[in-house]
Design a protein around this ligand. Structure first.
Ligand code: SF4
Length: 284
């Protein structure tokens, strides 16, 4: 059966709108901050939430933020794509950087860690949350797709880290006044469909792998799952559905405090970002 551009776009739109509606990811009068890296997932999220804003009965605002980690030869193209797509869609975009907030671009500190993604993830989550809080946003929308969710699930199992189970699902609830809930509109959409959507609609994206991605466990898990899928078509969707239909997501922990150094929410003070900064300053 031939799939037309129209039918494919309809499938993608319905998949994402279904996630937004079923899990009530956005409510009336909310302000949603979209984390935009300029890659395909965040750009699709940007376009679809703009469409949802026009087509649904829900009255909400959109704002975007792009985090500049400081990765030379890579991040600038992503920022250009974020700027260009936000301009086309008339969405206000802020750019925040590791350099401005933490004094060090990722390039200068990544060698201190086995995986560059560790400091990058800690600082990026911190900055996204801080930006959303300072912009009085009610939700942070990320571009996490179905493949990302399965990878995270397997990584959590492989690390025997059950505390992370609260991070699964299409929405992470509010557990602290300054911790902005995250939503994942692409939660049920396969990564390959995100890529196809960008191509068939001729959308400008930054389509390169981060030069540090190979240092991560995620890239190994991703490779493993893609290999499985190559030999067993549909296996990723089966894993996702099994998880979705059987796994009861635990309630988020309510024991969240405030960092005594920066005032941001954290389980234990100082927060991971402040601890990381202290550690980096000692190591450099
Ligand atoms: Fe950061 Fe790792 Fe993503 Fe690169 S792949 S942007 S280092 S989290």
């Amino acid at each position: 059966m031939k799939i037309t551009k129209e039918s494919f776009n309809k499938y993608v739109r319905e998949n994402i709108f279904n996630t937004l509606d079923t899990y009530q990811l956005i409510k009336d009068d909310e302000k949603v901050m979209i984390g935009v890296s300029g890659g395909k997932d965040s750009i699709l999220t940007l376009h679809m939430l703009t469409m949802y804003q026009k087509e649904s009965d829900i009255d909400f605002e959109i704002k975007a933020v792009c985090v500049d980690e400081g990765i030379s030869g890579y991040r600038n193209q992503g920022i250009e794509s974020a700027i260009s797509n936000c301009k086309k869609l008339d969405i206000d975009l802020d750019i925040v950087s590791f350099k401005d907030e933490f004094d060090h671009p990722l390039d200068d500190i990544q060698h201190l860690y086995k995986s560059s993604c560790m400091p990058c993830g800690v600082y990026r989550r911190y900055l996204l949350n801080k930006s959303a809080y300072e912009n009085k946003c009610d939700k942070i929308a990320t571009g996490h797709n179905m493949d990302d969710e399965i990878q995270s699930f397997l990584m959590t199992f492989s690390r025997n880290d059950q505390n992370k189970f609260v991070k699964f699902g299409p929405i992470l609830n509010k557990i602290h006044e300054k911790m902005i809930p995250r939503i994942k509109p692409l939660w049920q959409l396969a990564e390959k469909d995100v890529g196809i959507w960008c191509i068939v609609n001729d959308i400008e994206i930054h389509d390169e792998e981060c030069p540090y991605s190979e240092t991560s466990l995620r890239s190994e898990v991703k490779y493993f799952l893609n290999k499985l899928e190559e030999d067993n078509k549909g296996i990723k969707r089966n894993i996702f559905n099994s998880f979705k239909n059987t796994f009861i997501l635990p309630e988020a922990e309510v024991n969240i405090n405030t960092c005594n150094l920066c005032g941001q929410p954290t389980a234990n003070s100082p927060c991971n970002a402040c601890k990381l900064t202290q550690e980096i300053n000692e190591l450099l």
